[in-house]
Design a protein around this ligand. Structure first.
Ligand code: UD1
Length: 417
């Protein structure tokens, strides 16, 4: 098992080119299944979740090849429309292949995704919407068998919550369905817009992606194209947090500053100086960090749940008291125990965490419990005095493309062992 060994307390300084977005690459890889011919997906991060998505595509007869950061998918479905249980278990996001398989093949069998480290992960909104589009769903021993006896058709779908995954699944099913689909209260995350843009390049008719109402006019066929995956805004947030906790100064290149306003606003409240250009961001964190009175995770454009743990790590060293409320996932404070081991003063009551800033964090032996919680401990380790040994880093490899190389290039002392 691999671990990171970090010597903390080094100020980070320099330039980082931000990787492509995992949460965009995964649905776009699923979308490639809908297309005839070849899709060339550039700026794909090298991550275990991306490899798992490629294995799913291969398991249903597609050719999927990774050359550097480009993934080439030739979707030639073998007619097999079942996602192996082992791959479902490996990556919860594999549920995103449901809409794509129904769109291309009209049928799909897959394991029920079940819970994960963040708490229960229901898919009721996905299934309810697909039913409205003509999908019949039978569940037996945790296996979902989905068919479309009278074909897939467009529908009006109102989401009770703007679920990212449900919006993506409906979009994937709708582009090749007969007739029009209107999704109201759709998720507005930038990754939805990226998915829609890729589909539009392939010939799909979609309006309103990125807003709460998305209109899709089903077409007969999609054709693969060359597309560049958007930059990862949560990875950008992580590097900003690493600069903040080390009192550093970083320039982040190839990023999408507009999608980071919620995070930049919080960093500015913390006394960091941030400047943005269209595709780059600078942070200067020379001044003492200040607490943030109240921070609440919300669907986009609110403060992202995926950045909550990472920003909490920085707030541990910010003067004053910060209150963080997690509204999206039930179990997203699992990093708190490890931060406390590193000297943080945090109290959790239900979905609220109260962070009293301390002067110094100290290195410790800690374990990642989930992807972003792991990134929070990495951030804390860089800002702590002494050595941090971070284990269970396979969680981090799900979302960060060689983070130790990136961090070393800006002055961090971190080794993978
Ligand atoms: C996606 C992101 C994840 C991010 C999350 C919220 C990917 C691969 N993952 O996850 O990194 O943290 O958005 O921004 O893009 N819910 C239901 N029923 C459903 C679907 C969701 O109750 O059918 C609930 C979930 O339990 C959760 C909330 O809605 O409490 C948000 O989930 P959702 O937006 O669907 O997140 P994901 O798409 O799973």
């Amino acid at each position: 098992m691999q671990k990171f060994v970090i010597q903390g307390g080094r100020r980070l300084e320099g330039d980082i080119v931000v990787q492509g977005a995992k949460n965009s690459a995964l649905p776009i890889l699923a979308a490639a299944f809908l297309c005839k011919g070849e899709s060339v997906l550039e700026n794909c991060p090298k991550l275990s979740d991306v490899y798992a998505a490629c294995r799913i595509l291969s398991s249903v007869g597609c050719r999927c090849e990774m050359q550097g950061h480009t993934v080439i998918v030739r979707a030639e479905p073998s007619g097999k429309a079942a996602i192996p249980e082992s791959l479902m278990q490996e990556m919860r996001s594999s549920i995103i292949f449901l809409g794509a398989m129904l769109g291309r093949l009209g049928t799909c069998t897959l394991g029920y995704p079940g819970g994960c480290e963040l708490g229960p992960r229901p898919i009721d909104l996905h299934l309810e919407a697909l039913r409205r589009m003509g999908v019949q769903i039978r569940e037996e021993n945790g296996i979902l068998m989905c068919t479309t006896p009278r074909g897939l058709h467009g529908a009006r779908v109102h989401l009770q919550f703007p679920s990212v995954g449900a919006t993506e699944n409906i979009l994937l099913a709708a582009v090749l369905a007969k007739g029009d689909t209107i999704i109201s209260n759709a998720a507005r995350e930038p990754e939805i817009l990226d998915l829609a843009r890729y589909l539009q390049h392939c010939g799909a008719k979609i309006e309103g992606a990125g807003s709460s109402t998305i209109r899709v006019q089903g077409v007969k066929q999609l054709t693969g194209c060359t597309y560049r995956i958007m930059p990862d805004r949560i990875v950008t947030a992580t590097w900003l947090a690493c600069a903040a906790i080390t009192g550093g100064a970083l320039q982040l290149l190839h990023t999408d500053a507009a999608s980071l306003e919620g995070i930049l606003d919080v960093l500015e409240q913390m006394n960091c100086q941030c400047s943005r250009d269209v595709s780059s961001l600078c942070i200067n964190a020379g001044k003492p960090l200040k607490a943030v009175r109240y921070l609440k995770t919300m669907p986009y454009p609110g403060f992202p749940t995926d950045a909550q743990a990472i920003v909490m790590a920085v707030l541990c060293k910010a003067g004053g008291t910060s209150v963080i409320e997690e509204t999206i996932f039930e179990n997203r404070f699992r990093h708190v125990d490890a931060l406390v081991r590193m000297g943080a003063d945090i109290h959790v009551a239900g979905r609220v965490a109260v962070v009293h800033g301390v002067k110094q964090l100290c290195g410790a032996q800690v374990s990642a419990t989930d992807l972003r919680g792991g990134a929070a401990l990495l951030t804390a380790g860089l800002g702590a005095e002494g050595e941090t040994v971070l284990t269970e880093i396979s969680h981090i490899d799900r979302g960060y493309d060689s983070p130790e190389t990136v961090l070393r290039s800006v002055g961090a002392k971190i080794e993978r062992r």
